[in-house]
Design a binder for this molecule. Structure first.
Ligand code: AHN
Ligand code: ZN
Length: 349
C-alpha cells in the first residue's frame, strides 16, 4: 500500500492558507454555463445561458492521444520525446496558435542530465486578460507500480497524453469555431513532470519533498516564456482519459484557488458531466499546479483522477504498462474537453 501513496500536499497546506484569501479576490464567481443554439448552429443542445459553446470532438481528441502514444514513451532524451515534441509544436502552429518553445536542461534523481522543453501555445497573444491551461507531455521512464518490467518506460496514454490530447483538440476547436473566446489563452505542455524518484531512492536528510517531480513547471514558473506574464487563473489536466474517471476536488486546488474549483466543477455539472466532476474534496497532490501557484503566483487547479477511497490512490494503471490506449475512453475526453470549452467561453475580459 505505501508504495502506491502519491505524495500528498500536506507539507504545503499550512503555507498555502494565506493564499486562500488571495484566490478569492479574482472574483471568479461561477456564472451560468450552457448553450444558445441561435448563436452557433454547431453547438450541442443545452440551453442554459447566453454563451455559445462549440462542440468538442472527442474522437479527434482520442486521435491526438493515440498520435502521441504512437511515438513511443516520451521520456526525456529519447527520440520519441524529440519527435513528439516537434509534433505538438506543429499541431499548435497549424491551429494558428503562437508557439514558444522553452528548452532547458535539468538533472534527474538518477544523476542523468535531461534535455527538456516546455511548449507554450498562445491564443490572442496581445490580450492582457488570460487563462492558462496545462498538462505534462513527458512520460514516466519506469513502470515502478507494475509487477513486471518495472525498469521499462510506460506508454503514458492517460498519464501524459490524455491531457495534452484534449488541449491540442481544444486549440483546434477554437480555431474552427465561428464564435471565439473573449479572453486570451495559453496552453503549456510541461516537460519532466514524471521523472520523479522511485521508492528505492534514498533521499538525503533535509531534501525538499517532491524535489524530483514537476521539473518543467518549476522551470517555467521561475522563467516565464514572456516577461511579466500572468494569467488570472489556470487549469491543469492530469490523467483525464480513463474510463469512468472520477475527478474529485483536489486539496491543493481547494487551498489555492477555491473559486476556480467551484467554477470548473459547476461548468462540468451544468454541461452534463456530473458523474465525472464529483463535488467532494480529496487530499492534495503535489503536481505541476502547486508550483504554478507557489512560484508563479497563478491560481491554478488540477483536474486529476484521484480517489483515496478506492485503495488505489490513483487508478490501477498508474505507472504501469497497462496505461496504454486501452485505458483511454472518448467519453472521459469528451467530459473534460467540453467542460473546458464551457469554462473558456464564459469568461469575459
Ligand atoms: C506524485 O505522486 C509524486 N505526483 C503525482 C503527480 C503525478 C505523477 N501525476 C502524474 N504522475
Ligand atoms: Zn505519472
Amino acid at each position: 500500500m505505501p508504495n502506491k501513496m502519491p505524495r500528498l500536499f500536506k507539507p504545503l497546506v499550512a503555507m498555502s492558507i494565506g493564499l486562500v484569501g488571495l484566490a478569492t479576490i479574482w472574483g471568479c464567481e461561477p456564472k451560468k454555463t450552457g448553450l444558445d443554439n441561435s448563436a452557433n448552429p454547431n453547438a450541442v443542445d443545452q440551453p442554459v445561458s447566453k454563451v455559445a459553446v462549440p462542440t468538442f470532438d472527442a474522437d479527434s481528441a482520442y486521435q491526438q492521444v493515440a498520435a502521441q502514444v504512437a511515438f513511443g514513451p516520451r521520456v526525456p532524451n529519447s527520440k520519441a520525446h524529440q519527435l513528439c515534441g516537434d509534433y505538438l509544436v506543429q499541431q499548435l502552429k497549424s491551429a494558428g496558435w503562437q508557439v514558444t518553445e522553452q528548452p532547458f536542461e535539468t538533472t534527474a534523481f538518477t544523476g542523468a542530465k535531461l534535455k527538456c522543453r516546455n511548449i507554450i501555445g498562445s491564443y490572442k497573444p496581445e490580450a492582457t486578460t488570460r487563462i492558462l491551461l496545462a498538462s505534462h507531455w513527458d512520460t514516466r521512464p519506469f513502470a515502478d507500480q507494475d509487477i513486471k518490467d518495472q525498469d521499462k518506460p510506460i506508454d503514458g496514454a492517460n498519464d501524459g497524453a490524455s491531457g495534452v490530447g484534449i488541449l491540442v483538440q481544444l486549440a483546434k476547436t477554437i480555431q474552427k469555431a465561428s464564435t471565439k473566446p473573449n479572453v486570451g489563452i495559453d496552453i503549456i505542455f510541461f516537460d519532466a513532470e514524471d521523472y520523479g524518484d522511485t521508492d528505492a531512492y534514498k533521499a538525503p536528510e533535509g531534501e525538499e519533498p517532491g524535489k524530483w517531480w514537476c521539473l518543467g513547471s518549476k522551470y517555467w514558473a521561475q522563467n516565464k516564456h514572456k516577461e511579466g506574464y500572468s494569467a488570472y487563473f489556470g487549469i491543469l489536466l492530469d490523467m483525464v482519459g480513463a474510463p469512468n474517471a472520477k475527478f474529485h476536488q483536489e486539496g491543493a486546488s481547494l487551498q489555492f484557488a477555491p473559486s476556480v474549483v467551484e467554477k470548473v466543477w459547476n461548468a462540468g455539472k451544468q454541461a452534463g458531466y456530473g458523474n465525472y466532476f464529483v463535488m467532494s474534496p480529496v487530499d492534495g497532490i503535489t503536481d505541476d499546479h502547486v508550483y504554478v501557484n507557489q512560484i508563479a503566483k497563478i491560481n491554478m487547479i488540477d483536474i486529476i483522477e484521484y480517489d483515496p477511497t478506492d485503495g488505489q490512490f490513483f487508478s490501477n494503471t498508474w505507472h504501469r504498462h497497462s496505461d496504454n490506449m486501452s485505458n483511454i475512453d472518448r467519453k472521459t475526453l469528451q467530459a473534460v474537453g467540453h467542460t473546458l470549452l464551457h469554462v473558456v467561453y464564459q469568461e469575459q475580459p
